[in-house]
Design a binder for this molecule. Structure first.
Ligand SMILES: [Zn+2]
Ligand SMILES: [Zn+2]
Length: 67
């Protein structure tokens, strides 16, 4: 078994949707979510001085909106 299977199954931690292949991983909590529960937010990276799009799951997006 190789660690990088192209069609490895994944499951959304928000809604339990199952999928295969390309998955979206939250850059904050590193959990996998489906396309409906991942959003891309613009985040400033002080190391590169550039803004970059970071995938963030709904859980983390809500948490940041509350703060
Ligand atoms: Zn989902
Ligand atoms: Zn998250």
């Amino acid at each position: 078994m190789s660690p990088q299977e192209p069609n490895s199954p994944w499951i959304c931690h928000v809604c339990d949707t199952k999928g295969q292949g390309e998955s979206q991983t939250c850059s904050n909590c590193y959990k996998v979510a489906c396309l409906q529960h991942i959003q891309h937010v613009t985040s400033y990276n002080p190391q590169t001085g550039l803004y970059q799009l970071m995938p963030v799951c709904l859980d983390c997006a809500i948490r940041e909106a509350i703060q």
